[in-house]
Design a binder for this molecule. Structure first.
Ligand code: G6P
Length: 613
């Protein structure tokens, strides 16, 4: 959370930094700020979005070819102009932007206060810039050395960039547990939380490692040292991101674009990994460790938010198709629970961003216990991707809408491919069944395409009918229980309607008390197994005057008779139904949120990449 971007080079910094901030706004959007070096140091900060900052800087001195900017998701201190970054040192000489949390800030603040420092904001970040100033002044150190020494006193997570008005030809950056990428251009550098602000300037990047401090200068020099003062030799990577992937491409919101990209992104996830005609699936990430994965005694799956829901679907997939015992864990609970992890376990971490702090820390714990760790990640080169022993990228392209859509179907596609491989290799899927399933999976992108075309108008109409609801219930069984959770999450996060997902049978143990003619009950009723049971659950809702919107398999006339509305999805093998049934629920949440006047891509209080714990 929080996005940081900085530029040093021959061009004007302001437009580059502002555009970078707009690209990073998905990471936080409660306030924004910019600092520019142009003979003197000019700092502008404003509560609100980057657009408010742009308005605020109109007519001001925004010159300079060194600059840095920040878009905030508040942790310490409310969102306002003062708590916004950049923060300035007491003597006004240093400015700093920060993503992360300085955990020992209170202790540092009190010792700095004893030394005469006074603070303007409530943030942990301001403490850090004062600490660097203190270290710098004590021994008259160059900026990079002051930053390095100060960071040895800091506990917590940080990605920072610092500027010194008395040493105006350089930027110093450092990271620990928060992401930071350095774009290496022609005598210019960009530093950012991810590659999206960098890609239009250069494709060459260095991923800064934990506890490294980088110094980049106006004459094109870059030096990276560890906190222990050892010089490192950074590898330069080439990024594959295309600029068009970062634009809305004619859609009103990124979320809608991303929903409609799913036929392509699911196919991209499968590309080169499956052959329907020959009937095989292969994942490069699994090849090297196949024996260990096939013989695993247990699979532990870690994730947060939507990625956790994908993990829940994987529990059904791995147990059903590969007879492999699975435990799905919220990463935040797992890491603090003293969990039992053995070296015969395989630990899967699912993360779109590859930066979620809890998932990262839970994975570190699993590694310490000797388990094989496997990452299912979207963002190439991200921290989780680099921490795991092996893994597979889902390759769905940048996901910018805060509510995850195409990353979810990419994750589920990847998990399905893994389950098919393990089912076959463990001897539970006979070759004929395995090949039949591979063939059926290869048809999913086309089915998602047809579904989007067929259901869009109908879903928009249903959205209109229920946009004013205060509560909603989502029910599903088996493979579609996690889809119920995901449907409810989508609705609450972007439309602010309270929504709950439940296993359909559990309704009797509580939510049934809430049912009345005002609360829509969305039932994902595509199951072949337990079909009669879900029909009974619908009847139980109807008997209490509930309003049922059912997601059904094409041609299902019985549920159509019972439900108030039914949305048809194409027929497929039961384990693959989540890849289809989730699509109308994504569209429904989207349209309800738009009709309620909500900012779909940037819902209140949320952020896309949660780099705090
Ligand atoms: C945030 C996002 C969600 C996402 C979750 C986990 O809450 O808003 O969309 O599912 O973090 O993120 P990850 O990047 O680890 O998948």
């Amino acid at each position: 959370m929080c996005g940081i971007v900085a530029y040093i080079g021959a061009q004007k910094a302001y437009p580059i930094v502002i555009k970078g901030l707009q690209r990073l706004e998905y990471r936080g959007y409660d306030s924004a700020g910019i600092a520019l070096q142009n003979g003197s140091l000019n700092v502008f900060k404003k509560k609100g979005k980057v657009a408010d900052l742009i308005e605020f800087t109109k007519g001001k001195n925004i010159n300079g070819n060194i600059g840095m900017g920040h878009t905030r998701w508040a942790t310490h201190g409310k969102p306002d102009d003062i708590n916004a970054h950049p923060h300035t040192s007491g003597n006004g000489r240093l400015v700093l932007i920060h993503n992360g949390i300085i955990e020992n800030y209170a202790l540092l603040k009190s010792s700095l206060t004893n030394l005469g420092h006074t603070f303007k904001s409530e943030t942990d970040t301001e403490v850090l810039v004062h600490l660097i100033e203190e270290v710098q002044q004590a021994e008259d150190l160059p900026l990079e050395e002051a930053v390095r020494q100060a960071l040895t006193q800091v506990h917590g997570a940080y990605a920072i960039v610092v500027m010194d008005s008395k040493d105006p030809h350089k930027l110093v950056a450092a990271r620990k547990s928060s992401p930071l990428v350095i774009g290496v251009g022609d005598n210019e550098f960009l530093i950012a939380s991810d590659a999206t602000p960098i890609v239009e300037h250069t494709k060459n990047v260095v991923y800064l490692n934990d506890e490294e401090v980088a110094t980049v200068t106006l004459d094109g020099e870059m030096l990276i040292k560890t906190l222990k003062n050892e010089v490192t030799n950074p590898a330069i990577h080439e990024i594959e991101l295309q600029i068009e992937q970062l634009e809305k491409g004619g859609y009103d919101y990124f979320m809608l674009k991303e929903i409609f990209e799913q036929p392509t992104t699911i196919a991209e996830c499968m590309r080169g990994r499956m052959d329907a005609d020959e009937g095989w699936v292969r994942l490069g990430g699994m090849a090297e460790h196949l024996k260990r994965m096939v013989n695993a005694q247990r699979m532990i799956i870690l994730g947060c938010g939507t990625s956790w829901h994908a993990g829940m679907i994987a529990e059904y997939l791995f147990e059903d198709l590969a007879r492999l015992p699975v435990e799905v864990e919220y990463a935040s609970e797992f890491r603090y629970r003293n969990p039992v992890v053995r070296d015969q376990d395989v630990v899967l971490a699912i993360s779109q961003s590859g930066e979620t702090a809890d998932t990262y820390a839970a994975l570190e714990l699993a590694k310490q216990h000797g388990a094989l760790t496997y990452g299912i990640v979207n963002v190439v080169g991200s921290s989780i991707a680099r921490l795991t022993d092996c893994g597979s990228y889902i390759h769905v392209g940048p996901e910018i809408g805060v509510a995850s859509t195409k990353a979810f179907t990419g994750q589920v596609t990847m998990l399905t491919m893994m389950a098919l491989i393990l089912g076959y290799e463990r001897g539970y899927l006979p070759k004929s069944k395995y090949q039949k399933l591979v063939q059926a999976l290869s048809l999913i992108p086309g089915k998602v395409d047809a579904l989007l075309k067929n259901c869009h108008q109908q879903v928009r109409y249903i959205a209109g009918e229920f946009k004013d609801a205060s509560n909603a219930l989502y029910l599903g069984r088996g493979y579609n229980f996690p889809v119920a959770l995901e449907g409810a999450l989508k609705l609450k996060e972007i439309s602010y309607i309270h929504a709950e997902g439940y296993p359909a049978a559990e309704m009797k143990h509580g939510p049934i008390a809430l049912i009345d003619e005002n609360m829509p009950v969305f039932v994902i009723a595509t199951n072949k197994s337990a079909y009669e049971k879900i029909v009974s659950n619908i009847q139980e809702v109807k008997a209490r005057k509930g309003v049922v919107i059912a997601v059904v398999t094409e041609g299902d006339e019985s549920i159509k008779q019972l439900a108030d509305h039914s949305i048809e999805i194409p027929e497929t093998e039961e384990p693959f139904t989540p890849l289809l049934s989730v699509v109308p629920l994504q569209l429904l949440a989207y349209h309800i949120a738009v009709m309620r006047g909500c900012n779909v891509d940037q819902p209140r209080n949320l952020a896309k990449s949660v780099t705090v714990e």
